[in-house]
Design a protein around this ligand. Sequence first.
Ligand SMILES: [Zn+2]
Length: 119
Amino acid sequence: MTISSEFQRCAWCAEIVPRADGPGRPRRFCKRSHRQRHYEARRLAAAQGIAADEVLLTRQQFDEWRDRRYQLEAALEDAQQDLGDAPALREYTEAFQLVYEAARRTASFRLEPRALGSE
Ligand SMILES: [Zn+2]
């Protein structure tokens, strides 16, 4: 899959929204349930007085995102140290595997806010 700015991204999960053939507005959501969750999050934000530039996350989501970001940062630091002054192919390969795994875990994380301020 190629990531490009020419694709519309889901307003809820940021996955690429398949292009609809024919006339009409471009789709904002990848699936109906995401349109519903987006609506509910905006509705809760309005009810709770969440400002337009604010998002409400659960503690679990916040902690998990912070952990994954930290793991990626640690993998980058480890890879930088392991590469040293004159790295060989093996060191490059191991560093890549370390960073790749951390990046994969970070990229697979999906934020699902409880409340989402209106844009
Ligand atoms: Zn989606």
